[in-house]
Write a protein that binds this ligand. Structure first.
Ligand code: NAG
Ligand code: NAG
Ligand code: NAG
Length: 400
C-alpha cells in the first residue's frame, strides 16, 4: 500500500511538471525547456508563444533561481516578443544553447499592438542571466535594403529596459536590423565574451548602445559590425570596457550628446586594453553644438589602433550652428594609445569657442601613418597637458 502510494506520488509529480529538466529533489531549482511548451525549433514555425509561456513559468517560480532552457542544435523562429518582470525568483537564467532567429522577411514580422521598437525585449527584471554559447540572428539584410530604399523604421535586436544586475555571457549576435543590443535604464550589468558580426556596409548595426544606465562592465568581446562597437549615450555613469576588439566598425564613442539643445550627461567612463582594427574612429567623444550638460571623467588607456582613420577624436562642435551653448567636456585622459592611422590627421581635439574643453590629458601617444605619410594632430580651444605625444599636439602644454 505504501509503495503504491510512493509510485502514485512519483507519477503525479512527473505528470504535472513534465518540463522539469533534471532529476528532481525538493531543493532543485525549477527548470523549463521551451520544447516542453510547444516550441518546434524547426526554424520556420513561430515559437514565440511557447517562449512567452515558458518565460511566465520561469519568472513565476518562487525559488532563488529558475532556468529557461533553449536547447542546442535547434533554431527557434521568434516574432517580436517581450519578456517582462518583475519575477518572483531572485534570478532567472536563460541557458541559450541553440539559435534564435527573427522572421526572414520584413513583411513577415508580426508586431503586437504596442510596438516597443525591438525584436526581443526584456524589461523590469532583476538578476537576469543569459548565457550558453548560442546564437541570436536578427535576419537584418531585408531591413537594411528597406532602410536604404524608403527609410523604414528598424527594430533593435535585443533591448534591455530597467534591468538590474544583468549578466550576458558567451553569445553570438549576428545581422541585427539595427543595433544588436541596447541597454536603457539598467543598473549593474556584467557583459562578457560576446561576439557581434554583421557585414561592414550594413547601416547602423551598432554592437552595444547604452543610455541612462550605470555600473556596466563589458569585457573580452569581439565586435565586427561596421558601426559603433559601443556607443555611450546620455545618462550613463560608471561604465567600464576592457579587452574589446573592435573592427571593422566605428570605434567606441561617448555621444553624440546634446542634440537639439538637450541637457545630457555622461561620466566615469573607463576604456582599457581595447584594439581598434580598421575602424573609422577609435576613441571618440562627440557632442552637438547648442547642447548642454557634460561629458567628464573619461579615460581611454592601453589602446592599440591598427589602420584607424581617426584614432583619437574629441568633437565638441558636431554639426556647427549659431549657439553659445555646448556640452562641457572635461577630465579626459588618453593614455598609452599606439599604432597606425589611415589618415594623416591622427589626433583631433576640436572644442567650442565659448565653452572649450578642459583638463584634457594625453600621455604616451604614438601613432604613425599606415601609409608611411607625415602625420599630424590638430586642436582648438583645448586646455590640457601632453606628455610624450607623437604626433605633437600643438595646443596642449607639454611635459616631459
Ligand atoms: C503566477 O503566479 C500567480 C500567483 O501565484 C498566478 O495567479 C498566476 O497564474 C501565475 N502565472 C503563471 C503563468 O503561472
Ligand atoms: C592590459 O594589457 C596589458 C599589456 O598587454 C597587461 O599587462 C594588463 O594586465 C592588461 N590589463 C587589463 C585590465 O586587462
Ligand atoms: C613609436 O612607434 C614606432 C613604430 O612602432 C616606433 O618605431 C617608435 O620607436 C615609437 N616611438 C616612441 C617614442 O615610442
Amino acid at each position: 500500500m505504501e509503495s503504491l502510494f510512493v509510485v502514485l506520488v512519483m507519477f503525479v509529480v512527473a505528470a504535472s511538471v513534465p518540463y522539469l529538466c533534471a532529476t528532481i529533489t525538493p531543493d532543485t531549482a525549477p527548470c523549463f525547456n521551451v520544447l516542453h511548451f510547444g516550441a518546434t525549433g524547426n526554424g520556420q514555425t513561430d515559437d514565440s508563444q511557447a517562449f512567452a509561456n515558458a518565460w511566465q513559468e520561469a519568472c513565476n517560480a518562487t525559488h532563488d533561481t529558475s532556468t529557461l532552457i533553449i536547447p542546442k542544435g535547434k533554431t527557434f523562429m521568434l516574432q517580436p516578443v517581450s519578456f517582462q518582470g518583475p519575477c518572483k525568483s531572485a534570478s532567472v537564467i536563460i541557458k541559450l544553447k541553440g539559435t534564435i532567429t527573427a522572421p526572414k522577411s520584413v513583411e513577415s514580422w508580426i508586431w503586437p499592438n504596442h510596438d516597443w521598437g525591438a525584436w526581443v525585449r526584456f524589461s523590469k527584471i532583476s538578476g537576469l542571466v543569459i548565457y550558453g554559447g548560442g546564437q541570436i540572428d536578427g535576419q537584418g539584410a531585408p531591413w537594411w535594403d528597406c532602410f536604404s530604399n524608403n527609410k523604414c523604421h528598424r527594430p533593435t535586436a535585443l533591448h534591455f529596459h530597467d534591468c538590474e544586475n544583468l549578466i550576458l555571457r558567451r553569445l553570438t549576435h549576428i545581422n541585427s536590423p539595427r543595433n544588436h543590443i541596447s541597454l536603457n535604464a539598467c543598473s549593474g550589468a556584467y557583459i562578457s565574451k560576446l561576439h557581434f558580426i554583421a557585414p561592414e556596409e550594413s547601416p547602423n548595426t551598432d554592437a552595444i548602445d547604452i543610455s541612462e544606465s550605470s555600473n556596466i562592465k563589458i569585457k573580452d568581446s569581439i565586435m565586427e559590425t561596421g558601426d559603433d562597437c559601443i556607443a555611450i549615450n546620455h545618462g550613463c555613469k560608471s561604465i567600464s570596457i576592457t579587452r574589446v576588439f573592435c573592427g571593422p566598425g566605428h570605434g567606441i564613442s561617448v555621444g553624440s550628446l546634446g542634440r537639439n539643445g538637450a541637457h545630457e550627461t555622461v561620466e566615469d567612463i573607463y576604456v582599457r586594453n581595447c584594439t581598434f582594427f580598421r575602424t573609422t574612429n577609435g576613441a571618440r567623444i562627440k557632442t552637438w553644438m547648442g547642447g548642454r550638460g557634460y561629458a567628464r571623467k573619461i579615460t581611454f588607456q592601453d589602446i592599440i589602433v591598427v589602420e584607424a582613420k581617426n584614432p583619437v577624436i574629441i568633437d565638441q562642435e558636431y554639426n556647427p550652428q549659431d549657439s553659445t551653448n555646448a556640452v562641457k567636456v572635461s577630465d579626459v585622459t588618453f593614455r598609452n594609445v599606439r599604432g597606425t592611422s589611415m589618415s594623416k590627421h591622427a589626433v583631433q581635439l576640436h572644442c567650442d569657442n565659448n565653452i572649450g574643453c578642459t583638463n584634457i590629458i594625453l600621455e604616451g601617444i604614438n601613432i604613425t601613418s599606415a601609409a608611411g605619410e607625415e602625420i599630424y594632430a590638430s586642436c582648438k580651444n583645448v586646455d590640457g597637458v601632453c606628455t610624450s605625444c607623437f604626433p605633437h599636439v600643438p595646443c596642449l602644454s607639454e611635459e616631459e
